[in-house]
Ligand binder design. Structure first.
Ligand SMILES: Cc1ncc(COP(=O)(O)O)c(C=O)c1O
Length: 350
């Protein structure tokens, strides 16, 4: 059977998660906003998941807003701040190697009058803290820099970037889709005002995620989905109890250590000649590698029929070198012999 090594694109739902979700589909199915006992059971289960997620990042439960995933959370964070400033517009700092859901949100905001700076990384895929500092303008309304890059695995220095935002009173958002549960995060330590996370990167189901919003009640974020007042009025729609329970269960059951697949991979990859991109530092579960020659890349794909990505899943459809590989200076020919191998995620202690 082909070995699946594309965990940065998506993880399977773990058996523990499925089991804990089960009763919430058809047995206890009431609307969690209903005030009868069945509704209250569901709303209690949601509150428990909220507490688990908040605790994981040092936040208050009231600061966790459930969404459909990191794309929605990222849209909500960036558009939420932009729409709050719709009259006077303003300037947003991000990077050229964010996930497409951030880049395309920013391109949209530019089309309606916002000013956006896309910081370029160095050849290792690192956004320098100095470049963030230098990009600040009098009208900067938001800094959004991801934590772990989904194509390279590079870890950004979000603690120091957070300090810059804090000292200048500029909200700081991070896309933590690839780091939540995998690396330790403390929203106070990192001076984070918003953080996006996704369930299907941590063995929870697809279609669930969350946005952490510091002082969510007071911050005046403009919702993307207006509705019946759910999620503090910041995200309308009936709360999906099974998915939310699954997200909480995934956080509680997140693996603490490597599994045999990691050792098998580490042994096999030694046979090939390649350069690892963005390894400075990077998470040990994402390897972005450029083979030395086309022949070496061919030998690898023939010998190891692993399910991996050439670029990220989203770029793979475009069949062009990804914006991330281009940003770190890879030529098209190098990009074509570059692969992302992503191993089962676990909690990494750096
Ligand atoms: C860094 C990053 N941000 C955002 C996303 C989008 O997440 P979701 O699929 O939950 O919308 C992904 C998923 O590929 C990602 O890796």
């Amino acid at each position: 059977m082909n070995q699946y090594f594309d965990y940065a694109a998506s993880t399977p739902e773990s058996p523990e998660v499925s089991e804990l979700m089960n009763p919430w589909h058809a047995e206890i199915f009431a609307n969690p906003s209903s005030v009868h006992p069945e509704g209250l059971k569901a709303s209690k289960a949601i509150q428990l998941a909220r507490e688990i997620i908040a605790e994981k990042i040092g936040a208050f439960p009231s600061e966790i807003i459930f969404t459909s995933g990191a794309s929605e959370s990222n849209n909500m964070a960036i558009k939420g701040i932009a729409f709050k400033n719709i009259e006077k517009k303003g300037h947003i700092i991000t990077s050229s190697i964010e996930h497409k859901c951030i880049i395309n949100t920013c391109i949209y905001l530019q089309s309606i009058g916002f000013d956006v700076t896309y910081l370029t990384p160095d050849n290792d895929g690192v956004i320098s803290v100095k470049s963030v500092l230098n990009a600040i303008k009098d009208n900067t309304i938001l800094i959004s820099i991801h934590h772990v890059n989904n194509e390279l695995g590079t870890i950004q220095n979000i603690r120091d970037i957070g300090s810059i935002g804090f000292e200048r009173n500029i909200p700081f958002h991070t896309d933590a889709a690839q780091s939540f549960c995998k690396l330790d995060i403390d929203v106070d330590d990192f001076n984070l005002d918003m953080l996006s996370l996704s369930g299907h990167k941590i063995y929870a189901p697809k279609g669930i995620g969350a946005l952490y919003v510091r002082n969510a009640r007071e911050v005046g974020l403009i919702p993307l989905i207006h509705g019946g007042g759910q999620e503090l009025g910041l995200r309308g729609g009936t709360s999906p109890t099974p998915l939310i329970v699954g997200l909480g269960a995934a956080v509680e059951n997140f693996p603490e250590s490597k599994c045999p697949q990691h050792f098998e991979f580490e042994e096999k990859i030694k046979d090939y000649n390649f350069i690892r991109n963005g390894n400075s530092p990077a998470v040990s579960t994402i390897w972005n590698i450029t083979f030395s020659t086309d022949e070496e890349a061919k030998r690898f794909t023939n010998e190891q029929p692993w399910l991996i990505s050439q670029g990220s899943a989203c770029n793979a459809m475009a069949n062009t070198p990804s914006h991330v590989l281009t940003a770190i200076g890879l030529e098209e020919a190098q990009a074509r012999r570059t692969y992302r191998i992503s191993l089962p995620p676990y909690h990494i202690t750096c």
